[in-house]
Design a protein around this ligand. Structure first.
Ligand code: ATP
Ligand code: MG
Length: 154
Protein backbone atom coordinates (compact mmCIF):
# COMPACT_ATOMS: atom_id res chain seq x y z
CA UNK A 1 0.00 0.00 0.00
CA UNK A 2 0.99 3.67 -0.33
CA UNK A 3 3.15 4.70 2.59
CA UNK A 4 4.77 8.02 3.49
CA UNK A 5 8.42 7.06 3.74
CA UNK A 6 9.16 10.34 5.50
CA UNK A 7 6.69 9.50 8.26
CA UNK A 8 7.98 5.95 8.51
CA UNK A 9 11.53 7.28 8.90
CA UNK A 10 10.58 9.94 11.46
CA UNK A 11 8.87 7.32 13.65
CA UNK A 12 11.69 4.83 13.26
CA UNK A 13 14.31 7.39 14.30
CA UNK A 14 12.18 8.63 17.17
CA UNK A 15 12.10 5.05 18.46
CA UNK A 16 15.88 4.58 18.18
CA UNK A 17 16.94 8.01 19.44
CA UNK A 18 16.96 7.01 23.15
CA UNK A 19 19.33 4.12 22.36
CA UNK A 20 21.69 6.49 20.57
CA UNK A 21 21.41 9.08 23.31
CA UNK A 22 22.53 6.60 25.96
CA UNK A 23 25.91 6.50 24.24
CA UNK A 24 25.86 10.17 23.30
CA UNK A 25 25.62 9.30 19.59
CA UNK A 26 24.10 11.95 17.38
CA UNK A 27 21.31 10.62 15.15
CA UNK A 28 20.59 12.92 12.22
CA UNK A 29 17.91 12.74 9.53
CA UNK A 30 17.82 14.63 6.27
CA UNK A 31 15.05 14.34 3.71
CA UNK A 32 15.64 15.81 0.28
CA UNK A 33 12.03 15.43 -0.80
CA UNK A 34 8.75 13.94 0.38
CA UNK A 35 8.44 10.33 -0.71
CA UNK A 36 5.30 8.22 -0.90
CA UNK A 37 5.77 4.69 -2.17
CA UNK A 38 3.97 1.39 -2.52
CA UNK A 39 5.79 -0.82 0.00
CA UNK A 40 5.30 -3.34 2.80
CA UNK A 41 5.74 -0.94 5.72
CA UNK A 42 6.22 -3.52 8.49
CA UNK A 43 8.96 -5.26 6.55
CA UNK A 44 10.75 -2.19 5.24
CA UNK A 45 10.64 -0.65 8.70
CA UNK A 46 12.48 -3.71 10.03
CA UNK A 47 15.00 -3.61 7.18
CA UNK A 48 15.95 0.01 7.91
CA UNK A 49 15.81 -0.46 11.69
CA UNK A 50 18.48 -3.17 11.39
CA UNK A 51 20.76 -0.76 9.52
CA UNK A 52 20.32 2.11 11.97
CA UNK A 53 20.72 -0.22 14.96
CA UNK A 54 24.00 -1.46 13.51
CA UNK A 55 25.16 2.10 12.85
CA UNK A 56 24.61 2.87 16.54
CA UNK A 57 25.92 -0.45 17.86
CA UNK A 58 29.17 -0.47 15.88
CA UNK A 59 29.86 3.16 16.65
CA UNK A 60 31.94 4.85 19.31
CA UNK A 61 30.63 6.95 22.17
CA UNK A 62 29.99 10.50 20.91
CA UNK A 63 29.92 9.31 17.29
CA UNK A 64 27.25 10.17 14.76
CA UNK A 65 24.78 8.44 12.46
CA UNK A 66 23.36 10.26 9.44
CA UNK A 67 20.27 8.95 7.74
CA UNK A 68 18.99 10.45 4.51
CA UNK A 69 16.04 9.97 2.19
CA UNK A 70 16.07 10.89 -1.46
CA UNK A 71 14.25 9.89 -4.64
CA UNK A 72 14.21 10.16 -8.40
CA UNK A 73 11.32 9.26 -10.68
CA UNK A 74 11.81 5.50 -10.31
CA UNK A 75 13.40 4.78 -6.96
CA UNK A 76 13.79 6.10 -3.46
CA UNK A 77 17.07 5.85 -1.59
CA UNK A 78 17.70 5.45 2.12
CA UNK A 79 21.29 6.04 3.15
CA UNK A 80 22.69 5.24 6.60
CA UNK A 81 26.19 6.53 7.35
CA UNK A 82 28.16 6.16 10.57
CA UNK A 83 31.62 7.08 11.76
CA UNK A 84 32.07 3.84 13.67
CA UNK A 85 34.65 1.07 13.53
CA UNK A 86 34.13 0.17 9.86
CA UNK A 87 34.20 -3.29 8.28
CA UNK A 88 37.45 -5.00 7.17
CA UNK A 89 37.74 -5.30 3.39
CA UNK A 90 37.78 -9.11 3.40
CA UNK A 91 34.66 -9.23 5.59
CA UNK A 92 32.42 -6.96 3.51
CA UNK A 93 31.41 -9.74 1.09
CA UNK A 94 30.18 -11.89 4.02
CA UNK A 95 28.17 -9.47 6.13
CA UNK A 96 24.84 -10.31 4.46
CA UNK A 97 25.26 -14.02 5.22
CA UNK A 98 23.17 -15.46 8.01
CA UNK A 99 24.97 -15.62 11.39
CA UNK A 100 28.09 -13.91 10.05
CA UNK A 101 29.69 -11.48 12.50
CA UNK A 102 32.97 -9.71 11.86
CA UNK A 103 35.13 -10.40 14.83
CA UNK A 104 34.34 -12.56 17.77
CA UNK A 105 35.85 -10.37 20.49
CA UNK A 106 34.03 -7.32 19.19
CA UNK A 107 30.82 -9.30 18.75
CA UNK A 108 30.81 -10.74 22.24
CA UNK A 109 30.83 -7.24 23.69
CA UNK A 110 28.03 -5.95 21.51
CA UNK A 111 25.76 -9.02 21.41
CA UNK A 112 23.54 -10.09 18.54
CA UNK A 113 22.95 -13.08 16.34
CA UNK A 114 24.33 -12.00 12.98
CA UNK A 115 20.92 -12.15 11.34
CA UNK A 116 20.09 -8.45 11.00
CA UNK A 117 21.70 -7.77 7.64
CA UNK A 118 20.56 -11.03 6.05
CA UNK A 119 16.97 -10.12 6.99
CA UNK A 120 17.48 -6.60 5.61
CA UNK A 121 18.80 -7.94 2.31
CA UNK A 122 15.92 -10.42 1.97
CA UNK A 123 13.37 -7.64 2.54
CA UNK A 124 15.09 -5.31 0.08
CA UNK A 125 15.08 -8.06 -2.55
CA UNK A 126 11.41 -8.75 -1.88
CA UNK A 127 10.82 -5.13 -2.90
CA UNK A 128 12.96 -5.65 -6.03
CA UNK A 129 15.50 -3.24 -4.60
CA UNK A 130 19.23 -3.28 -4.02
CA UNK A 131 21.57 -2.71 -1.10
CA UNK A 132 25.16 -1.48 -1.28
CA UNK A 133 27.82 -0.95 1.32
CA UNK A 134 30.93 1.21 1.44
CA UNK A 135 33.18 0.92 4.45
CA UNK A 136 36.57 1.98 5.66
CA UNK A 137 38.15 0.52 8.77
CA UNK A 138 38.36 3.01 11.66
CA UNK A 139 36.47 5.58 9.59
CA UNK A 140 32.95 4.35 9.14
CA UNK A 141 30.34 2.67 7.02
CA UNK A 142 27.59 3.66 4.60
CA UNK A 143 24.69 1.46 3.54
CA UNK A 144 22.49 2.57 0.64
CA UNK A 145 19.14 0.95 0.03
CA UNK A 146 17.40 1.56 -3.29
CA UNK A 147 13.73 0.61 -3.63
CA UNK A 148 11.41 1.02 -6.63
CA UNK A 149 8.43 3.30 -5.98
CA UNK A 150 6.05 0.51 -6.94
CA UNK A 151 5.99 -2.78 -5.04
CA UNK A 152 5.00 -5.83 -7.05
CA UNK A 153 3.90 -8.52 -4.63
CA UNK A 154 4.60 -12.13 -5.62
P1 ATP B 1 21.92 -8.87 14.94
O1 ATP B 1 21.68 -7.81 13.92
O2 ATP B 1 21.31 -10.17 14.55
O3 ATP B 1 21.59 -8.44 16.30
P2 ATP B 1 24.64 -8.42 14.19
O4 ATP B 1 24.46 -6.94 14.30
O5 ATP B 1 25.94 -8.98 14.62
O6 ATP B 1 23.49 -9.18 14.99
P3 ATP B 1 24.22 -8.09 11.35
O7 ATP B 1 23.37 -6.90 11.61
O8 ATP B 1 23.79 -9.07 10.32
O9 ATP B 1 24.42 -8.92 12.69
O10 ATP B 1 25.68 -7.60 10.98
C1 ATP B 1 26.70 -8.56 10.66
C2 ATP B 1 28.06 -8.04 11.08
O11 ATP B 1 28.45 -6.97 10.23
C3 ATP B 1 28.09 -7.46 12.49
O12 ATP B 1 28.35 -8.45 13.45
C4 ATP B 1 29.22 -6.46 12.40
O13 ATP B 1 30.45 -7.10 12.65
C5 ATP B 1 29.18 -5.99 10.96
N1 ATP B 1 28.49 -4.69 10.81
C6 ATP B 1 27.22 -4.48 10.42
N2 ATP B 1 26.92 -3.17 10.36
C7 ATP B 1 28.05 -2.52 10.69
C8 ATP B 1 28.40 -1.13 10.80
N3 ATP B 1 27.53 -0.15 10.56
N4 ATP B 1 29.68 -0.83 11.18
C9 ATP B 1 30.57 -1.82 11.41
N5 ATP B 1 30.31 -3.13 11.32
C10 ATP B 1 29.06 -3.48 10.97
MG1 MG C 1 22.67 -6.07 13.48
Amino acid sequence: SQVSINEMMELLLKRLRPIAKKRNIELLFESFRPVTADIDEVKLNLAVTNLVENAIKYNQDSGWVKVSLNADHKFFYIKVTDNGCGIPEDAVEHIFERFYRVDKARSRETGGTGLGLSITKTIVQLHHGAIKVHSKLQEGTTFVVRIPMIYIKE
